[in-house]
Design a protein around this ligand. Sequence first.
Ligand code: NAP
Length: 267
Amino acid sequence: MDVYGLIGNPVGHSLSPPMHEAGYEELGIDARYVTFEPPADDGAKAVEAAATLDVAGLNVTVPFKQDVLEAVAPDDLAARIGAVNTIDFATDPPTGYNTDAVGATRALEDHGVTLSGEAVVVGAGGAGRAVAFGLADAGMSVAIANRTVEKAHALADEVPNATGHGLDELGDLLADASVLVNATTVGMKEDRSPVPADALHGDLAVLDAVYDPIETRLLREAADAGATTVDGAWMLLYQGVEAFERWTGESAPVETMNAALRAGLDE
Ligand code: NAP
């Protein structure tokens, strides 16, 4: 039996185990997906221990996404993003991937969104970095807006075809944009949006990385403005689908995994 898992601290009530295990069951793969909560400073140690225990693959979440870089060989995208959320132990050293970037682009494409033209990414933390690289690699020019404007400028210097801005410029930036992604924590467990409602319009596709609640204030106001909306569970789904496919070499049963994820969100 293969063992996959998630390391984080806290890992809390993760939706990844039911999502991945539904996929194994559908494809008849003999595997389990479990959660581990190592001490906050021990991310790299946890990866070494997992290799010793013959764990097949790990997802990585806060606060370990940067720390585990020292215990893996990151692929080019993960190295550029500077964070790993998926580890494959089939190689020695294990390979580190960042599937959050593809999670965002596949979520948008799944909703019929063409990734060309101008995108606005709000946030320059871990998720913002992954989304900005993902959209730029897909061919979009990316405006990064962040509360701490210096972080937006620093990230824009690393991402191809990107510019950095403060949140006060969102109105102007969105006027010409076709894609907006919220990659801040604003709206998580609260009824707030990082984007002024009057800046939203019907030619936008809006992805909110926040998935608790599933319908954030940003998505509600975007739908009112006639925009296409994509909730954060789609990004969560596709980062998991991408990890599943890298680990198993099989095409993931996306509908089954989505159903298990949505059932978990409803609990
Ligand atoms: P992070 O690294 O801590 O970054 C937080 C970001 O939020 C920073 O850009 C920060 O700006 C901004 N921010 C925080 N409070 C703010 C406020 N009051 N006003 C304006 N901006 C504020 O967090 P992360 O790991 O990137 O996660 C961000 C969100 O994405 C979380 O809700 C997380 O759950 C979600 N996420 C979802 C997925 C998915 O698959 N759906 C995957 C990854 C992450 P400063 O730089 O100014 O502090």
